[in-house]
Design a protein around this ligand. Structure first.
Ligand code: PBG
Length: 304
């Protein structure tokens, strides 16, 4: 009766890695329990997720071909676009969010296009807007830009409005730090930068006030939900954002946070279930309304 924070499957957004081909369900070694899966597996998986009481998924795509401009990202027959249609067919009431970024689709693995060895901000915006529209056309319920280019929320908002998707919300990865906790994800999504790193566009983990500035800008540009990422080393940021703004706050319990728990549990060093629930509860307690987490299914099973 006096517990201040309660956790429910309703809080979770479950990430999915969709890959090209057929009959593929390939385990991700650094993320036990997570898979790259082809379209023929995705519908069934989506049903399972919904049946556990989880309302939403976020899709990441692994395309067959990568190129300099990430053209797979805005291909209407691309892997994510097809996955949206498959999931909406199989489970119409599962809320489908798409990650909008270039890094899974570019041959160099950066989140934007490259000129003279550097990621260029403004030319990237046009492609991100194209990607968002392509997801909307395929039936996405919400788009989530994760690239961290400046001005992308506004560019995507304007483009969606123009194309007749004024109702489609945007969840922005607003305070996204340049973090070593993304290591396993980059294996899962095959999106490791081939040169340099992401520090020129993602935030410095040492900065706290700057997060509020990033969030304020995204809200001004039209973000409906703002995200803090990673979650666990950034609970202070989640709390600051919750206190300072009146929009829903999402937190991304990222791949490295998941892998650490799984690895220690495999060694028998920690109690996996208790640790998982404690971590998710702390993220919610800090102020997150929504939690993107690879634990979604495991936690939902325990909570129901
Ligand atoms: C794409 C993107 C990343 C994650 C989500 N979207 C990786 C990155 O920025 O390198 C990371 C998620 C995770 O680690 O679980 N830009």
């Amino acid at each position: 009766m006096v517990r201040e924070t309660s956790l429910s499957p309703d809080d979770f957004i479950c990430p999915l890695f969709v890959t090209h081909g057929r009959g593929v369900k390939k385990g991700i070694p650094s993320m036990p329990g997570c898979f790259q899966e082809s379209l023929d597996h995705v519908g069934k998986h989506a049903k399972e997720i919904r049946s556990l009481g989880i309302p939403s998924v976020i899709l990441f795509g692994i395309p067959e071909h990568k190129d300099e401009t990430g053209s797979g990202a805005y291909d209407d027959q691309g892997v994510v676009q097809n996955a949206i249609r498959t999931i909406k067919d199989a489970v119409p009431d599962l809320y489908v969010i798409t990650d909008v970024c270039m890094c899974e689709y570019t041959s160099h693995g950066h989140c934007g296009i490259i000129e003279k060895g550097d990621v260029v901000n403004d030319p990237t915006l046009e492609l991100l807007a194209k990607e968002a529209i392509s997801h909307a056309k395929a039936g996405a319920d919400m788009v989530a830009p994760s690239d961290m280019m400046d001005g992308r929320v506004e560019a995507i908002r304007l483009a969606l409005d123009e194309e007749g998707y004024a109702q489609l919300p945007i969840m922005s990865y607003a305070a996204k730090y340049a973090s070593a906790f993304y290591g396993p994800f980059r294996e899962a999504a095959e999106s490791t930068p081939q040169f340099g790193d992401r520090r020129s566009y993602q935030m410095d983990p040492a900065n706290r006030r700057e997060a509020l500035k990033e969030v304020a800008l995204d809200i001004e540009e039209g973000a409906d939900i703002v995200m803090v990422k990673p979650a666990l080393s950034y609970l202070d940021i989640i709390s600051d954002v919750r206190d300072s703004f009146d929009v829903p706050v999402a937190a991304y319990n990222v791949s490295g946070e998941y892998s650490l728990v799984k690895a220690a549990a495999q060694l028998g060093w920690v109690d996996e279930e208790r640790l998982m629930i404690e971590i998710l509860t702390s993220i919610k307690r800090a102020g997150a309304d929504l939690i993107l987490t690879y634990f979604a299914k495991d936690a939902a099973k325990l909570l129901s």
